[in-house]
Design a protein around this ligand. Structure first.
Ligand SMILES: N[C@@H](CCC(=O)N[C@@H](CS)C(=O)NCC(=O)O)C(=O)O
Length: 218
């Protein structure tokens, strides 16, 4: 039975896991829960143990929630866990940083583009951004990937998604971070990633963002 990834019709907190599963060639069913069905599903503890999405039905039929745990489980299936304790620690640190940067997800995919909440969240996110990007670039150093391996780790996909969302709002956001820019382009060009990016719902297409959000704009 393939994995079942339950989420709203958004990239947001499920997208890094989708990238990992696609990169690793792991079969999964992307179960998109319509916004109208969300209140009903939220009450179903078998699928939403904490009343939140995403959740994942694993290979043994049991369900986990919390996007970070889901991502790391997918990464174990896809062999995207760094082998050294230090590499793993760095990868986990980068993933934790992406959780702190999570506001870019509702900014792009959820809030009404014209709303006050969009503007205040946008300003707060972009004020904090240089701090996060500087640390990420320093951790990357001269390595091609996060986690100090010869191939990507789950941290690369976690940060790739967040940077991808950030660039949708501010296309010049990486201009002063040349190493991060080169890293971003190298992840984007990985054949399995490229194939996934081409097939996923594009900006302006149902499934990438809530109607009214920046992502839903053509
Ligand atoms: N820490 C959780 C947060 C999950 C979360 O807040 N998900 C949102 C959707 S993106 C949710 O289900 N919110 C509850 C609601 O909409 O009622 C995670 O990383 O998975």
């Amino acid at each position: 039975m393939p994995l079942k990834l339950y989420y709203l019709p958004l990239r947001a907190r499920a997208e890094a896991t989708r990238l990992v599963l696609n990169y690793g060639g792991i079969p999964y069913e992307d179960v998109s829960v319509e916004f109208g069905k969300w209140p009903e599903l939220k009450a179903d503890a078998a699928i939403c143990p904490l009343g939140q999405l995403p959740s994942l039905e694993m290979n043994d039929g049991t369900v986990i929630c919390q996007s970070g745990a889901i991502l790391r489980y997918a990464a174990r299936l896809a062999n995207l866990i760094p082998s050294s304790p230090e590499g793993l620690a760095e990868a986990e640190m980068i993933q934790e940083i992406t959780q702190e940067m999570n506001d870019i997800n509702p900014i792009v995919c959820y809030f009404d583009y014209q709303s006050d909440v969009y503007k205040s969240k946008h300003d707060a996110y972009f004020n904090a951004l240089p701090k996060w990007l500087s640390v990420a670039q320093r951790v990357l150093g001269d390595h091609p990937f996060f986690g100090r391996g010869t191939g990507p780790s789950f941290a690369d996909f976690a940060l790739f998604h967040i940077v991808d969302m950030t660039l949708l709002v501010q296309p010049k956001a990486l201009d002063e971070y040349s190493k991060l820019m080169a890293w971003f382009k190298s992840i984007q060009a990985l054949p399995a990633v490229k194939a996934y990016l081409e097939k996923r719902p594009a900006k302006g297409v149902a499934g990438s963002g809530k109607p009214g959000s920046l992502m839903a704009m053509p």
